[in-house]
Design a binder for this molecule. Structure first.
Ligand SMILES: NC(=O)c1ccc[n+]([C@@H]2O[C@H](COP(=O)([O-])OP(=O)(O)OC[C@H]3O[C@@H](n4cnc5c(N)ncnc54)[C@H](OP(=O)(O)O)[C@@H]3O)[C@@H](O)[C@H]2O)c1
Length: 268
C-alpha cells in the first residue's frame, strides 16, 4: 500500500502572502505540490499553481477547503488519496486574526480563528504525522507569529492561537527526536500581506512604527529554517531584537507596550 502512493508537499493558505511565497520555494523540490485555500480564492490558487509549474514543480494540485469546518480535514485526505498522494511535508500556514479588544470583537470571527489557526493545524498534523513517522521521513512547517511569544492585549485571541502553535511545535520536536521527522515554527513579525488589511492592523501603531518585511523575505527564512530542521525561527534580526526587548521588560510594562502598539495611530 505504501509503495502505491507518492510523496507530496501539502501547503495550506497558499493563495496569497507568506503561503504563496512558501509554495514558490517548495516548487523547487521534486515532490508534487498540493495547495489549499478557501473556495472564494480558487482563481488566486490556480494562479499560484501555474507559477509553481513555471518554477519547476512537475505536478501541482489545488484543493479548495474551508479549514474552519471540521469536515475539511477528511475532504483534504480524500482528495489526496484519490490523487495517490501522501504528505511527506505539511505546511500549516493558513491563519488569520482580528485586532479588536476581546469583549467587543466578533465572537464568530474569534472562534473561527481558533478553528483555523489551532484546530485545523492540529488535526492535519495528527492525521499525517503517523505516516511520516512510519516512513521515517518528512516534516511539518507551522507558520506561527512573534505574537505567539507574548500575550497580546488588543489582539488577545490571535496571540493566544500562535502561542498554541509554538508550544505544540516545541513539544512535538521533542517527541519526534530520532524519528527522522522534523517540525518547525516560523515566527514572522509584521509582514506586508493581505493579513494586515484583513486583521485591521494597517492603521495600528505597530504597523506604522515597525518596518514590515515582505512575504518573500519571510518565506525564504522559513523555508531555510525548515531545511535546517530548526524548531523555532523568528523572521528577521529586527523582529528578534524586538522580541528580546519585550521579553526583558517587566510584565506590566510589556503588556502596556503591546496594548499601545495595537491602538490606531489617530489615537495619539
Ligand atoms: N502578515 C503578517 O503580518 C503576519 C505576521 C505573523 C504571522 N502571520 C501568519 O502568516 C500566515 C499567513 O498569513 P499572511 O500574512 O500570508 O496573510 P494572507 O495573505 O491573508 O494569507 C492567509 C492565507 O490563509 C488562508 N485562509 C484563511 N482562512 C482560511 C480558511 N478558513 N480555510 C482555508 N484557508 C484559509 C487564506 O486563504 P484565502 O486567501 O482564500 O482567504 C490565505 O491563503 C498566517 O498564519 C498568519 O497568521 C502573518
Amino acid at each position: 500500500m505504501l509503495g502505491d502512493v507518492r510523496a507530496a508537499t501539502l501547503i495550506t493558505g497558499a493563495s496569497s502572502g507568506i503561503g504563496e511565497e512558501l509554495a514558490y520555494r517548495f516548487a523547487q523540490n521534486r515532490d508534487p505540490l498540493v495547495l489549499v485555500a478557501l473556495p472564494p480564492d480558487a482563481a488566486a490558487l490556480q494562479r499560484v499553481g501555474a507559477k509553481c509549474r513555471e518554477l519547476g514543480a512537475a505536478e501541482v494540485h489545488c484543493i479548495e477547503a474551508d479549514l474552519s469546518r471540521a469536515d475539511s480535514i477528511d475532504a483534504i485526505e480524500r482528495e489526496l488519496t484519490a490523487l495517490g498522494l501522501y504528505p511527506r511535508i505539511l505546511v500549516n500556514n493558513a491563519g488569520f486574526g482580528v485586532m479588536t479588544p476581546f469583549a467587543s470583537g466578533s465572537e464568530e470571527q474569534q472562534i473561527k480563528s481558533i478553528l483555523v489557526n489551532c484546530v485545523a493545524l492540529t488535526a492535519l498534523s495528527r492525521r499525517f504525522l503517523p505516516g511520516m513517522i512510519a516512513r521515517k521521513n518528512g516534516g511539518i512547517l507551522n507558520t506561527a507569529s512573534t505574537g505567539g511569544m507574548v500575550p497580546g492585549p488588543g489582539m488577545a485571541i490571535y496571540f493566544a492561537t500562535k502561542a498554541f502553535v509554538i508550544s505544540l511545535t516545541e513539544a512535538l520536536e521533542h517527541e519526534l527526536r530520532g524519528t527522522g521527522v522534523s517540525v518547525t515554527a516560523l515566527c514572522p513579525g509584521p509582514t506586508v500581506t493581505a493579513f494586515l488589511e484583513r486583521s485591521g492592523m494597517t492603521n495600528s501603531q505597530m504597523f506604522v512604527s515597525m518596518k514590515a518585511m515582505t512575504a518573500s523575505e519571510v518565506a525564504e527564512i522559513g523555508y531555510r529554517a525548515f531545511q535546517r530542521r530548526k524548531t523555532v525561527q523568528i523572521a528577521g534580526v529586527r523582529n528578534w531584537f524586538a522580541m528580546l526587548g519585550l521579553r526583558l521588560m517587566p510584565r506590566r510594562m510589556r503588556l502596556n507596550t503591546i496594548w499601545k502598539l495595537h491602538q490606531p495611530t489617530t489615537a495619539g
